[in-house]
Design a protein around this ligand. Structure first.
Ligand code: SF4
Ligand code: SF4
Length: 340
């Protein structure tokens, strides 16, 4: 990444963090899915199929326009494998045309020098690749041996920030692989994070002793900013619940391939409202609503967004939120019917 691009990105990050601290009335981060299809079939994953078609570019553009209307600061394109979408570059350009920071999560298989240069030109700013093991096995083929060549291409040609996420838990056989992956990422000049793989419901798998030791070693190798933001993981690694306020459906949105808003990838169906119909009333309801799955949640990006508002606006149970809404509606009707 060129120094000028790096400095510009740091300034843009500082601006979106200040905006988020000053006001809680806009979306901070949205994940959008342009395609559910994936070229791989990781054993722990519930986020892919092998048949779906790409979402048409015009539809993706309308969704991005709506996210811009909601004041979104960062849009990350996820999947499935988003690199399989034939108009990915146009989607990135459209995100940037709104002044929004553009990110991508990929399994890394499709990177070639030419493809990386086209992503530079489209204006991609962040890339995250998760690498699960050193040698491919029946659980995962997101493996360092297969992907090392791609990582070298990225180190040589990418003009965007690259983070390599290694993982622990979820049936990954050799936890020490996470250390090998993180060490290689640092050698190549990338940042690195470590995630605890969730179970099928997106919830915690407790770590064994050896896994815990490696988890802490890998965290030490990583970016200090990420380590500070991810301190919830220390409780999670110990199998302890963690108290925080999940602002999904509000400050964080997950938009599936059908254009519906969900809390996150692991809680699809709530609220399940079409993005085009999503209003600030939905935003405020979800902002205030306590999420039942929060204490053992392992989803890093939603935790990071949550930090921006953890110090303000306590949440309520869904029943309390419904009662409050009903009271407001009754007051509104009362005002309309009041005789002059
Ligand atoms: S590469 Fe990603 S989307 Fe595809 S199966 Fe694996 S974890 Fe799921
Ligand atoms: S706490 Fe929030 S991010 Fe975590 S699983 Fe629940 S809804 Fe998703």
């Amino acid at each position: 990444m060129r120094t000028s691009t790096f400095l510009r990105l740091k300034l843009r990050e500082a601006a979106f963090i200040s905006k988020a601290l000053l006001s809680s009335n806009h979306v901070v981060l949205a994940h959008i899915i342009p395609m559910r299809r994936c070229n791989l079939a990781c054993g722990y994953c519930n986020e892919y199929d092998h048949t779906s078609k790409p979402v048409p570019l015009e539809v993706m553009k309308r969704r991005i326009d709506k996210l811009a209307d909601l004041g979104t600061s960062v849009v990350t394109i996820s999947g499935g494998e988003p690199m399989m979408h034939p108009q990915l570059d146009e989607i990135i350009r459209h995100i940037r045309s709104h002044g929004i920071i553009a990110g991508l999560i990929s399994n890394g298989y499709y990177f070639t020098p030419d493809r990386i240069k086209r992503l530079n030109e489209a204006g991609l700013e962040y890339l995250q690749i998760s690498i699960d093991n050193v040698e491919p096995d029946e659980v995962s083929r997101k493996s360092l041996r297969v992907l090392d060549k791609k990582l070298r291409y990225l180190a040589a040609h990418a003009d965007f920030h690259i983070n390599i996420n290694s993982v622990i838990g979820g049936g990954i056989k050799s936890p020490e692989d996470a250390l090998t992956v993180a060490t290689r990422a640092v050698e190549l000049g990338f940042s690195t994070t470590v995630g605890v793989i969730h179970d099928e419901d997106g919830l915690l798998k407790p770590l064994g002793e050896k896994e815990k030791q490696i988890f802490h070693q890998v965290k030490k190798l990583g970016n200090k900013d990420h380590a500070r933001l991810n301190w919830f993981q220390d409780s999670i690694a110990e199998g302890q619940p963690y108290e925080w306020r999940c602002r999904s459906g509000s400050r964080y949105l997950y938009i599936c391939e059908d254009g519906l808003v969900h809390w996150c990838s692991q809680q699809r169906g709530y609220p399940g409202t079409p993005l085009e119909d999503y209003t600030m009333e939905d935003f405020h309801r979800e902002y205030k609503t306590e999420k039942w799955c929060a204490p053992t949640c392992t989803i890093q990006c939603v935790h990071q967004v949550g930090i921006l508002d953890n110090w303000r606006d306590p949440q309520m149970t869904p029943t309390q939120v419904r009662k409050e809404q009903k009271k407001k509606e009754t007051e509104r009707v009362g005002q309309v019917l009041r005789p002059e």
